[in-house]
Design a protein around this ligand. Structure first.
Ligand code: HEC
Length: 192
């Protein structure tokens, strides 16, 4: 009974952490970046950040987000070009930790792949609309797409990992239980 309680509280704790971790990137992006950036919806004040992970090294992005002007002033070629390509509007320094920037990047990567698959879906729907027998199939696909995008890829991954962890804990708890039983039996036969 105690072990079950332990597992339960552990599961609740982990799923809370999982959910807050997975939302963190999106939340942070919306509150700190979305005023100037979109992912896949075009340029605002700053460039569209879709696939930005392919345009720069991760370490560069970390430095850039913390202080873009430091890079510009140091004469970093990528930074100087970005700055002059964007009407020399400086991106303000963001007081974020590496972890926070990493989770924002995670959100950008997920969002970039999401909008890529949405595009494929739209194209296949458009090509199917020419053929009336395929229209019903095509109209189903956006629904499936919505269902898939309720949770992000990271969230699915973390859910999977959580299940795996629970199974491991369950197996461990069972073997500890039977071990302690064996031990108790041994002790009681020893003293008898
Ligand atoms: C006040 C507006 C503003 C905010 C807020 C802002 N940015 Fe920017 N960002 C810019 C501008 C403008 C540029 C273009 C470079 C320049 O002019 O300095 C840029 C460029 C970038 C680039 C390089 C893009 C490319 O195409 O190479 C990255 C990466 C980036 N920003 C990430 C972020 C992240 C992450 C956040 C949130 C934590 C953020 N920015 C918040 C204005 C902003």
């Amino acid at each position: 009974m105690k072990i079950q309680n332990l597992i339960l509280s552990f599961a609740i704790a982990i799923s809370t952490i999982t959910v807050s971790f997975a939302q963190d990137g999106e939340q942070l992006f919306k509150t700190t970046c979305a005023a100037c950036h979109t992912v896949g919806k075009g340029k605002l004040v700053g460039p569209d950040l879709k696939d930005v992970q392919n345009r720069h090294e991760k370490s560069w992005i970390l430095k850039w987000v913390k202080s873009s002007q430091t890079l510009v002033k140091a004469g970093d070629a990528q930074a100087v070009k970005l700055f002059s390509d964007n009407n020399r509007i400086p991106m303000p320094d963001q007081a974020l930790t590496d972890d926070q920037i990493n989770s924002i990047l995670g959100f950008i990567v997920t969002k970039s792949t999401e909008s890529a698959s949405a595009k494929t879906e739209a194209t296949s729907a458009a090509s199917a609309s020419g053929n009336s027998s395929q229209v019903s199939v095509a109209s189903d696909s956006p629904k499936a797409g919505n269902l898939l995008t309720i949770f992000s890829f990271t969230e699915y991954l973390l859910m999977g990992l959580l299940c795996l962890l629970l199974i491991v804990i369950w197996v461990l708890a069972k073997s500890i239980k039977s071990l302690s039983k064996q031990l108790a039996d041994k002790i009681s036969t020893g003293t008898n």
